[in-house]
Write a protein that binds this ligand. Structure first.
Ligand code: C5P
Length: 219
């Protein structure tokens, strides 16, 4: 039997992509499947946590009854939903692939194909995790990083800049890692430690991440 190591804890997890509307039928998005976040939600729920899963568009469905799923579309909606719950959570894990920019204006009617070139002005989205870090009191915060260069330095930089307790670095160099696959290869950084893991299924990566959180947070 699974030991209920997270009994009595509330864990908030962001997952999936965000879609940023251009007009009523079009959006800017990305290929995030939501698998890493949904795997983390299942594992945290199995360990006895109450899970608040806030996900952008994903075909996945939660299985465990302790998972309270909130489906949102845009980064702005994800931010608002996170802060409905932020004061009530013990642990926050940001695994969503939030769009960095959104169209400055959303056309109210479908945009017609007239000109030969077409420009969309984009405006920076709120950084949800950074905002969580700024408002942190008792919460233990975990972020993800996906880097193509100076990956370890950039990951450690984000740990500090976003006021996190832990950051999970996804390797892009390794075959099978990354956000559309069923497998992932990670390194975890805390303020003092660096832990490297082998390539494994996202279910097993979720176990490693939660073991690490428990070792840091419940100690
Ligand atoms: O800064 P960068 O996008 O690389 O940081 C990645 C981390 O920040 C991830 O944990 C991601 O979920 C989170 N993030 C966020 N809101 C954004 C951008 C990133 O919560 N607008």
């Amino acid at each position: 039997d699974q030991k209920k190591s997270l009994e009595g804890k509330t864990v908030l997890i962001t997952a999936g992509p965000t879609y940023e509307a251009i007009d009523p039928v079009r959006f800017i998005g990305n290929h995030s499947s939501g698998k890493m976040g949904f795997s983390l939600a299942e594992e945290a729920a199995k360990r006895g946590a109450k899970v608040i899963l806030i996900s952008g568009p994903s075909s996945l469905k939660p299985k465990h009854e302790n998972i309270d799923l909130h489906r949102i579309t845009s980064a702005k909606e994800m931010l608002d939903k996170v802060f409905e719950y932020y004061n009530t959570i013990d642990i926050g894990i940001a695994s969503a692939a939030v769009a960095d920019y959104a169209p400055k204006v959303v056309a109210s009617e479908k945009i017609k194909k007239n000109e030969d070139t077409f420009t969309i002005e984009l405006i920076k989205n709120p950084d949800i995790l950074k905002t969580m870090g700024e408002k942190k009191s008792h919460q233990f915060l975990v972020g993800f990083a996906l880097e193509t260069q100076n990956e370890e330095e950039n990951a450690k930089g984000k740990l500090a800049k976003k006021n996190l307790d832990m950051i999970v670095l996804n390797s892009l160099r390794d075959e099978g890692a990354g956000f559309k696959n069923d497998t992932n290869k990670i390194k975890i950084f805390t303020k003092t430690e660096k832990i490297e893991f082998d390539l494994k299924s996202k279910e097993n990566v979720a176990k490693d991440i939660l073991d690490c959180i428990e070792a840091q947070y419940l100690k």
